[in-house]
Design a protein around this ligand. Sequence first.
Ligand SMILES: Cc1cc2nc3c(=O)[nH]c(=O)nc-3n(C[C@H](O)[C@H](O)[C@H](O)COP(=O)(O)OP(=O)(O)OC[C@H]3O[C@@H](n4cnc5c(N)ncnc54)[C@H](O)[C@@H]3O)c2cc1C
Ligand code: FES
Length: 278
Amino acid sequence: MAFPTMDSIYIPSPAKITKVRQLTALEKVFTVELPQGQSLGHKPGQFVEVSLLGIGEAPISISSSPSRSNGTFELCVRKVGDVTTAMHNLGEGATIGVRGPFGTGFPLEKFKGRDILVAAGGLSLAPVRSVIHQVFDERGSYGRFIILYGAKTPSDLLFTDELEMWSKRDDVEVLVTVDRGDANWKGNVGVITTLFPKISISPRNTIAITEGPPIMYRFVLMELLGKGIPEGQIWLSLERRMKCGVGKCGHCQINGLYCCQQGPSFSYAQIKGVEEAL
Ligand SMILES: Cc1cc2nc3c(=O)[nH]c(=O)nc-3n(C[C@H](O)[C@H](O)[C@H](O)COP(=O)(O)OP(=O)(O)OC[C@H]3O[C@@H](n4cnc5c(N)ncnc54)[C@H](O)[C@@H]3O)c2cc1C
Ligand code: FES
């Protein structure tokens, strides 16, 4: 059962920050606990609206998987504006407001038995981490598992400890790249599309999940389609400015498509013909 955050869908429920971890200069991971140890009841790909009194509200993806919830969930927050900067100033024990979970999430149940290819750029490793953990925790239910991740520089890479751990597993292929290396970087240099020639896949059996900045989608989609993955098997997440998160205000609308409610996870087949979606 989903977390009953509110009597009204507009009223946030108080939730406690139990842990804060600095990942990079701009990103922190917050572990958040709901009242009475309730489970958020989310799916990978969903988001919550986080609010701070007197400051505002912002949509933030849930970075932890349902399989690892234990009465808490994780948010990876990049400090960019009012709400996120104020949140970065909060420590353990602080209270934030939470509405959600919202959005449809990725239909992982339908992907069982298939090979999973994840391609994430920059901050977007945070939301797809929820998918990654879920797949690891149900590893026997999926076929091959490939993770491609790109960031601007080595110091922008998120969850480096987990990337290292995943790379050591023999049931997943992990390929990481940075746009610009530094003196210590021994890995691939180049945008995420430079990783695609290094992998071979069975396109008919592969589900691709990609998240990243809009410019990345254009080129990653070309690679995925070029490898022969059917449009209905390519999934991505559309980020738009959101307010209500529940299909009422229209802020997130793209030509009649409500990103907050019908997405933000869509198959390419669903959004291909929608003008301005990509
Ligand atoms: C579904 C979804 C999931 C998301 N998940 C995450 C996540 O997991 N982690 C994360 O860090 N972020 C996430 N975001 C992005 C996050 O919601 C935005 O960055 C949000 O705006 C941050 O709120 P803020 O109040 O801190 O920033 P704001 O104050 O809204 O500022 C955000 C940016 O917009 C600029 N800006 C603000 N107002 C204006 C204006 N009037 N005109 C032009 N530019 C302006 C600011 O300079 C800043 O660069 C997600 C967004 C969506 C839609
Ligand atoms: S954010 Fe209000 S309708 Fe989507």
